[in-house]
Design a protein around this ligand. Structure first.
Ligand code: GDP
Ligand code: MG
Length: 297
């Protein structure tokens, strides 16, 4: 009998490099939230890929950006530690282009004492100038003893098979951690809230800062009718933000609901009804009770 392999793969890289997209492409579902706005993956989300011979648990980490210097350092320390302690394989992602920026360099420096095998992915090759890829590989190659350096497109799936083969090869023998059909360790309610939050970000663009949270008041499956009923509250911090989220004659919140419903139906494979309300809750981000209710630790 063939031995079963399993392990944790942590995804590391600056915000917007494409970590969540990679996870979604690999798992073929909207497990992790992808948005053009930075810093939207607040919690760690695991995605689980199980086949006949292996179980790979991908851990998507929250991104960080240049401005948050202190946070960045903390993040690096945490990530490096998590990489050593929890992960069996580290995947670092950078973007194809002429050169690495400061944040990439910071990420790579964080690898200094990491003994865990590291795979480097050069993402977004679909939109890069081909002649920049080789020089970029050459400049990164000497920064760490990478197991593999693989140019990929998380969006189109280019190179992803090569990446998965590399992961499989590096995994050690071990039992599955999760049931065979598990896709993510996050609760369905949490994923639902994240999908709605993503739509708020997408449809309000830069007008709404990060002070948006979504609480699920009702998550009720009617198995007989094949229906899922979702009632959710979108919390904002100010009246003016409430106006933006609702939109003229309710047009924006309606669109948020429609787009969320389509994603939820694709994810749960069931008909979904979404009811949304928008509420102002001053300083919710500072209130720990509230944070708990919203699912943030
Ligand atoms: P994360 O912050 O690292 O999780 O990045 P996301 O996965 O949220 O992606 C940020 C943005 O980059 C989104 O608009 C993605 O559609 C886009 N993106 C991710 N991967 C690729 C890729 O391979 N090619 C292109 N062209 N865009 C990508
Ligand atoms: Mg992300």
């Amino acid at each position: 009998m063939k031995t079963f392999k399993s392990g944790f793969v942590v995804l590391v890289g600056k915000t917007n490099v494409g970590k969540s997209t990679l996870m979604n492409t690999i798992l073929g579902e909207k497990v992790s939230i992808v948005t053009p706005k930075p810093q939207t993956t607040r919690n760690r989300i695991m995605g689980i890929l199980t086949d006949q011979s292996s179980q790979i648990v991908f851990v998507d980490t929250p991104g960080f950006h240049r401005a948050a210097k202190k946070e960045l350092n903390l993040y690096m320390i945490r990530t490096a530690r998590a990489a050593r302690d929890d992960a069996d394989i580290v995947t670092i992602m950078v973007e194809a282009g002429d050169r690495l920026d400061d944040v990439d360099m910071e990420v790579l420096r964080g690898l200094k004492n990491v003994k865990t095998p590291v795979i480097l992915l050069i993402n977004k090759v679909d939109r890069a100038k081909k002649e920049t890829i080789l020089p970029l590989i050459e400049s990164i190659e000497m920064m760490h003893n990478f197991e593999e350096i693989i140019p990929v497109s998380a969006l189109t799936g280019d190179g992803i098979e090569i990446y998965l083969d590399a992961v499989q090869r590096l995994l050690s023998e071990g039992p599955p951690f999760f049931p065979e059909d598990a896709l993510t360790d996050q609760s369905e309610k949490f994923i639902t809230a994240e999908i709605i939050r993503e739509k708020v970000f997408r449809l309000t663009r830069k007008e709404i800062p990060y002070a948006v949270a979504v609480a699920i008041d009702r998550f009720q499956e009617d198995a007989q009718k094949g229906l899922l009923l979702v009632d959710a509250v979108i919390f904002v911090e100010r009246e003016s933000q409430k106006g933006i989220v609702i939109g003229k004659g309710g047009s924006v919140v309606k669109e948020i609901g429609t787009q969320a419903r389509m994603d939820l139906e694709a994810f749960f494979n069931i008909k979904v009804y979404v009811e949304l309300r928008v509420k102002v809750l001053k300083d919710w981000a500072k209130r720990s009770e509230m944070l708990k209710r919203l699912g943030y630790q």
